[in-house]
Write a new protein. Structure first.
Length: 552
């Protein structure tokens, strides 16, 4: 078996979201580490406990289950190996024949009837995959349409459904309920075609296509909440444009501690609702959350407007996706979202995905009439003061210490002190890589036709220098006005291993790369990135030290 990469916790789960998340993640890590150390018996024991903690294999992702089948095979356990493989091919329609066939742990069973049945089914799945894929996309879109038409504008006062939504698949096929140019259809309900080069970026967002604005959703994000989230943006951005930039100060240790305390208080409030505790307890934790928020925002007041704009943009969209989805327990979902965002390396961009649903659901539980249109900036602290506290919140040293004691301050402070050392190491690494060492720089002037998608959990702020992205891709849609397209290389795109710096100056966006290791025609290859130049663009030596991409 090839070395198993430890995947992010979010990939381990499909449906399982509760307080045992950390235990499951640790158990999975232990199973992987023991397998790689050839401690096959211990690895199998760990994975069996993982299944137990997750309450069944149906709550684990395809990737984790495939690793599990290899672990059981490594310990010569055909019964459990084929239990998982049969589940994958029969229930999940698993179709990656090459991955299965290249797994050396399975070779000892190649001539068995069980293996032949798995191979036969996997080939069938590959054949039927395109049709099943279209059926799934159609089903998910129509389910979301039904939910939003049932809402009929009750949540926000606006009807949220819009047929202008495109699903993007990684094989460059796009799907829509509206007819696209030169498209195919199975049933006059769903239309599909191969996407033209340099037209859409692979990202959940709003994008212009064939002269119209669309909400775009990636095929592997077709849960109801993401569809609703992006359709909300489509409507929201018709009323006004919002700042969506990262908030630099949120990676400073003191700010992170206060934000984590706010997360903890919000989590405690949601748990209290979930456990049917007294409303007074919910209000206490909500007050704690706002206390930490106001303390943080008072210390970093110059960032407040940008922070509230980002929270209005993404926080309200995520709240809307949660409320108007088919998830049975919205509070569990919001708790899980807090935990996921809390574990991120950076808080500068992801934070509203946690705070938006949490405050919104708590306000709804308290029957607060807090929603007031889509053309304004929302300030959750002010909403609390006006509708719950009925006055400005006064924070004394005593009330702050009491709030800290209720919300795990000692442990959070300890964890963030340790993290600060790691953060300083990263800052030093990227300062040397992208500031002190020779670099390759390029300017993007036609911003309206340049799309970017990135891992928001893999960013780092270099103070007064810009934002470092460990995983990012840029796509030019200008037809040659910009330099071309680029992406970090999958498998090398982690913080501390890769990084591309971006900053803005005088209305122009710049990207900074370490010097390339190879240039061949229009292809520029770096240690962890690749650039495809448009015609008439080239990389030149600028001053004997640095390089720049310029138009010929």
């Amino acid at each position: 078996m090839k070395k198993i990469a430890l995947i992010l916790f979010v990939s381990v789960f499909i449906q399982f979201v509760n307080a045992q998340e950390t235990d499951i993640n640790k158990m999975y890590q232990s199973a992987v580490e023991n397998y790689e150390a050839k401690n096959y018996k211990k690895s199998e024991d760990d994975f069996s406990k993982l299944i137990e903690l997750a309450k069944g294999i149906e709550n684990l992702s395809d990737s984790v289950l495939f690793h599990g089948s290899s672990i059981f095979a490594g310990n010569n356990n055909p019964e459990k190996t084929f239990q998982i493989l049969n589940y994958l091919v029969n229930k999940r329609f698993y179709s990656d024949f090459d991955k299965l066939n290249n797994e050396i742990e399975f070779q000892k069973w190649y001539h068995t009837k069980e293996w032949e049945n798995v191979i036969s089914k996997i080939k069938e799945n590959k054949t039927t995959e395109p049709f099943r894929n279209r059926q799934n996309i159609k089903t998910k879109l129509l389910e979301a349409k039904s939910v939003l038409e049932k809402d009929n504008g009750r949540l926000w006062g606006y009807k949220l459904w819009n047929d202008s939504i495109i699903v993007i698949d990684y094989d460059n096929t796009i799907y829509s309920l509206t007819k696209l140019s030169n498209c195919k259809t199975d049933n006059d309900t769903l239309y599909y075609k191969t996407m033209e080069p340099n037209t859409l970026v692979f990202v959940n967002t709003t994008q212009k296509y064939e002269g119209n604005e669309y909400a775009t959703v990636l095929n592997n994000y077709l849960d109801g909440s993401t569809i609703v989230h992006e359709l909300f943006h489509l409507l929201q951005l018709k009323t006004r444009k919002f700042n969506g930039n990262a908030i630099a100060y949120l990676d400073e240790t003191n700010a992170r501690i206060l934000l984590r305390l706010e997360y903890e208080a919000l989590r405690n409030a949601l748990k209290s609702i979930n456990q049917n505790k007294e409303t007074g307890e919910v209000r206490t934790y909500l007050k704690d959350a706002v206390t930490f928020r106001k303390e943080r925002q008072k210390k970093y007041s110059k960032y407040l407007n940008a922070e509230l704009e980002l929270e209005t943009l993404e926080g309200l969209a995520n709240y809307t996706g949660f409320v108007l989805s088919n998830y049975e327990n919205k509070y569990d979902l919001a708790i899980s979202e807090i935990s996921k965002r809390e574990e991120a390396e950076t808080y500068t961009r992801p934070f509203p995905y946690a705070t938006g649903p949490a405050y919104g659901l708590i306000f709804d539980y308290l029957n607060i009439n807090w929603k007031n249109g889509l053309d304004k900036i929302y300030n959750f602290a002010e909403i609390y003061e006006i509708n719950v506290n009925k006055s400005k919140l006064k924070i004394s040293k005593k009330t702050l210490e009491q709030a800290k004691a209720r919300n795990n301050f000692e442990e959070i402070n300890k964890q963030e002190t340790v993290r600060e050392e790691r953060q300083n190491e990263l800052i030093a690494y990227y300062t040397n890589l992208l500031i002190n060492q020779p670099i390759l720089k390029v300017a993007v002037t036609d911003l309206d036709n340049y799309g970017r998608s990135f891992n928001m959990n893999g960013t780092l702020i270099l103070k007064d220098k810009g934002v470092v992205y460990s995983s990012i891709r840029g796509r030019d849609k200008s037809g040659g006005k910009n330099f071309g397209s680029f992406s970090t290389i999958k498998g090398k795109d982690e913080l501390g291993k890769s990084g591309i710096l971006s900053y803005e100056k005088n209305g122009t966006t710049y990207f900074v790369f370490p010097l390339p290791i190879k240039i061949s025609g229009t292809k520029i290859i770096g240690e962890f990135y690749e650039i495809d130049l448009n015609p008439n663009w080239k990389a030149i030596n600028k001053n004997g030290r640095n390089m720049e991409i310029v138009k010929e």
